[in-house]
Design a binder for this molecule. Sequence first.
Ligand SMILES: *Cc1c(COP(=O)(O)O)cnc(C)c1O
Length: 390
Amino acid sequence: MGSFNFDNVPNLHTSSNNINPLDPGEFRRQGHMIIDFLADYYQTIEKYPVLSQVEPGYLQPRLPKSTPYNPEPIETILQDVHDHIVPGITHWQSPNFFAYFQCTSSIAGFLGEMLSTGFNVVGFNWVASPAATELETIVMDWLGEMLELPKSFLFSGNGGGVLQGTTCEAVLCTLVAARDQMLSRIGRENLVKLVVYASDQTHSALQKAAQIAGIHPKNFRAIKTCKSTSFALSPGSLRAQIREDVEAGLVPLFLCATVGTTSTTAVDPLGSLCDVAKDYGMWVHVDAAYAGSACICPEFRHFMDGVEGVNSISLNAHKWFLTTLDCCCLWVKDPSALIKSLSTNPEYLKNKATDSKQVVDYKDWQITLSRRFRSLKLWFVLRSYGVANP
Ligand SMILES: *Cc1c(COP(=O)(O)O)cnc(C)c1O
């Protein structure tokens, strides 16, 4: 603030909040209040109905019409959280919550998240926070090894992993990489011919990605599955559909296989699906958002058999891996395919480290430029539990 004189500014001393937005003493005091608030919340979480009982529009009448003109103390704000926000919460972390996916957090994940928010760095490239990038490459290799992913998906091979927000983003990034790789071979004017395949159990994340990536709506194939094969995608049905499309002059582009579908946790047979995809030069992505983390257990690893043939795989650590939202882990065999589609190199981001080509610049592996230090929370979880978790 240089020589700026606070004494000339009226009202600034009415609340200590206004002196320094990160005043360490106030941070400590208010931070402890929030931790206590949350500890009390978890201690008494079962007293709440899991599903919020409020009606649509419940909140507006309870709050002032507009932003308070004068600053308010944390005590008042927290009281309102208790009185007006908590009733409108559906308690996802309650032991009685059995919808969607549950048990998404842990002390370790929470504390890692706190540190990440506390440092509040924006590690879009290596130089913007070397630890953010390097820790991410390390934990992605660690977790990849726990899943027994082939080395080709790890930085210690020729691949690599990245932490994104959600599966929707991961699927979109891989689809765009596959699209551009194919179009560079057959010409951009052929975009309308590209076909995306999945089963009728596949998550809508793929459909959204296809819409955004410019895949023609008529070229989205949700292949029928049936109960007798536990709703897994049949390689025979896939091949028949692809043949039909090729005969019609279309170009098979992308298969999204699922390990653990949303409705029934069906598992698509990766090995035999890859055999089909390979005959047509398609990109195969594995969406293991929900169930993938279970595959760190030797008794479940067989669900990923055949993963060596795919191009990319993602899972949500924020679903079944004790990590707070958001934390989607994406591994790719060929990072250069992602980078070709997603990189930009404006003047204001140029730096020696990038020029040296010795570093990972994660901005080129994702949609957004700015990114959170998500690897901290995953690192905390991995270290706090260990592989054995005795
Ligand atoms: C939860 C889930 C998704 C969507 O994940 P987001 O991270 O919310 O995008 C996609 N696929 C499967 C199999 C899922 O379980």
